[in-house]
Design a protein around this ligand. Structure first.
Ligand SMILES: C[S@@+](CC[C@H](N)C(=O)[O-])C[C@H]1O[C@@H](n2cnc3c(N)ncnc32)[C@H](O)[C@@H]1O
Length: 222
């Protein structure tokens, strides 16, 4: 059985498409997607040989070698657009995810979907998407082993957007009715409020972050 965090991610993958899981480690996600018949095939990619060996072992245990291939790749560097339709980045920091996206031009293709489950700095991912012509289609949150996780998916439209700065911190989680989304948003607001208060007490300032916090507090009081 897949952990709730990865189950949340799996629900954003379109039925019938090929998936590519970047930073796959154990390959639990591609195995689940193929076994459940959501994807006919998948690529399980990782930059470190050890995790990729784990992936290969698990794929063989499930007798899925003919449907799931593995790839040693730093981000998308050794993948091509032909390797998949839905590209997943789960369990990585948002800053790393952005670094990996920034150096790959072919991601600007409206037929592809990108699914992210950032462990931190989701704001970096949203900012990159808005500034580079991607539309965030949906966001979700879940609780897994006592921790709240978020996931979002996006597609390229070519339309660059400049949303209110708070959007980078909240994304479309404001439209998600789950308790977990509300908890995530109020924790995020508190965390940023503390950070900005501490900065201002020591004489510093970050007008953009202050604006984001003010906007988030306003949204939450509605
Ligand atoms: C915490 S694990 C997440 C595994 C799985 N995606 C999940 O969500 O459970 C992060 C994985 O990302 C891989 N990784 C880190 N940097 C990477 C990069 N630049 N390109 C591809 N994989 C990377 C690591 O080797 C590790 O296996």
């Amino acid at each position: 059985m897949l952990r709730k965090r990865l189950e949340m991610v799996s629900k954003m993958v379109r039925e019938g498409v090929r998936a590519a899981d970047i930073g796959t480690d154990h390959a639990y996600l591609p195995i689940f997607l193929v076994e459940k018949g959501i994807c006919p095939s998948a690529v399980a990619a990782d930059v470190v040989p050890g995790p990729l060996k784990n992936a290969q072992k698990n794929i063989a245990l499930h007798r899925l070698e003919d449907k799931i291939s593995t790839r040693l790749s730093d981000g998308l560097d050794d993948l091509t657009p032909d390797d998949g339709d839905d590209f997943i980045f789960a369990g990585m920091g948002g800053t790393l995810i952005v670094e990996l996206l920034e150096r790959t031009d072919w991601i600007r293709d409206g037929s592809k979907r990108f699914i992210f489950q950032p462990m931190s700095h989701g704001e970096d991912v949203r900012r990159f998407l808005c500034e580079n012509g991607f539309e965030i289609i949906c966001e979700d949150a879940c609780r897994d082993s006592g921790r709240i996780y978020i996931a979002l998916c996006a597609e390229y439209t070519g339309r660059v957007t400049k949303p209110p700065v708070s959007f980078y911190y909240t994304g479309k989680l404001t439209q998600c009715e789950k308790d977990e989304a509300g908890i995530y948003l109020s924790r995020q607001t508190e965390r940023l409020k503390k950070a900005i208060d501490a900065l201002e007490k020591s004489g510093g300032s970050d007008p953009e972050l202050r604006l984001a916090v003010d906007q988030m507090m306003k949204i939450q009081s509605l």
